[in-house]
Write a protein that binds this ligand. Structure first.
Ligand code: ZN
Length: 388
């Protein structure tokens, strides 16, 4: 149940004014509601989404409008200037009209003074009116302040959601939770079964795939090691960690297959981590406060074996990406997932509550796409080991 708080009259006025003011800037997202089915289908071909894909997602109740909304935002956000890409809490700049309205309502509930709320709201409207071409580094302090407060507010909601969810008390969310804990074991297990069809090694992979989230501690290992930002400024150690562990597995493969699949499982963890956009961007913002990250991983976790059943995406996937260099493969998966970061962060931050995340078709679509691609890469890593 979501409580609707009364909003101040000045806010009603500001929101109305903002929604009525024509967008003068260049961030113009497609209004898919006004497009015909035919033109949506045609537009989707630009993103290599075919009728077959449309039918596939329709099976999950995901409409072509949702697919186009996500993919067109991803394409637009990819082209943003470096000054926007480097901005703290960058997704705030790239909000669509629904997200803008939600963010203003969130600010109204922040635990700050009325004057500060007003300042933040005015700053955001000012930034949105100048996006994308007239954003400068002078906007960074305001974005940073709003972003931090947004996360603090979100964290309270997240914690109360977790408190009240009785069916999932065992989850300890952390950066390394990635797909929400459960996922790592399944990515690794199904990859082993597909490549060598051996129950013992599959079970070993399943058992060890989550280990790096338990054994890696400290900033470098836990945060930086499970992260890779694939565009300038390039940083993160996940590709190196995947490579190191799979090299161990290759060296052990002829003499000790059990140990080789332990090391495969560890390698698969660092690879799979960067299939989640939250592990490919916003490292500074997220280090300070990980509300959106936690909430997203919690969503994936509770929807893994029930509800959306993301696990079925992995168990039914027999495709794999040919891996010739596991480090490069990790970089490539991060390149695939990273462009979804902005719209994913905004969709998650718009809804905040687990029930709204669950009902958000954009989030479900993105997760299906990302889980599928991650599964293809982990399968590829298992074949790389088998053929080594
Ligand atoms: Zn991790």
């Amino acid at each position: 149940m979501i409580r609707q708080k009364k909003i101040a009259p000045f806010l009603v006025f500001t929101i109305l004014l903002a929604l009525m003011t024509p967008v003068s800037a260049d961030i113009v997202y497609l209004d898919t509601a006004k497009m015909s089915e035919q033109s949506i289908t045609k537009e989707l071909l630009k993103y290599n989404i075919t009728q077959k894909d449309i039918d596939y997602y329709a099976g999950y109740g995901i409409s072509p409008e949702v697919i186009l909304d996500v993919e067109s935002k991803v394409a637009i956000n990819k082209k943003m200037s470096q000054v926007i890409k480097d901005a703290p809490y960058r997704p705030l700049i790239l909000a669509d009209s629904d997200e803008k309205e939600a963010f203003i309502r969130h600010i109204e509930n922040f635990s700050v003074s009325e004057t500060e709320k007003k300042d933040m709201i005015n700053s955001l409207f000012d930034i949105w009116s100048r996006a994308p071409n007239k954003i400068t580094e002078n906007d960074y302090p305001a974005l940073e302040k709003i972003g931090k407060e947004m996360n603090t507010y979100f964290m309270k909601i997240y914690e109360s959601d977790i408190e009240s969810s009785k069916d999932d008390t065992t989850i300890t969310p952390k950066w390394g939770g990635t797909w929400g804990g459960k996922a790592h074991g399944f990515f690794a297990y199904y990859a082993v079964m597909l490549s060598v069809n051996n129950q013992l090694w599959g079970d070993i992979a399943w058992t060890y795939a989550l280990n790096p989230d338990i054994t890696d501690t400290g900033y470098y290992d836990r945060y930086y090691g499970h992260y890779y930002h694939p565009f300038p400024p390039i940083n993160g150690a996940a590709p190196g960690k995947c490579l190191l562990n799979i090299n161990n597995a290759v060296n052990e493969y002829d003499t000790n297959k059990n140990q080789a699949y332990v090391d495969f499982a560890l390698a698969s963890h660092y690879l799979a981590d960067v299939g989640n956009p939250m592990h490919t961007d916003g490292v500074i913002d997220q280090y300070q406060n990980q509300a959106a990250h936690y909430a997203y991983e919690q969503h994936v976790n509770v929807s893994w074996s029930s509800g959306h059943r993301y696990n079925d995406v992995v168990s039914s996937n027999t495709q794999y990406i040919v891996v010739t260099d596991p480090g490069v493969a990790t970089q490539n998966l991060a390149k695939f997932s990273n462009p979804y970061y902005d719209t994913l962060w905004n969709e998650v931050t718009k809804g905040m509550h687990q029930d709204t995340l669950y009902q958000n078709a954009n989030i479900e679509y993105m997760t299906r796409v990302l889980v599928k691609e991650t599964s293809k890469y982990v399968n590829g890593l298992a074949f790389y080991l088998k053929n080594s």
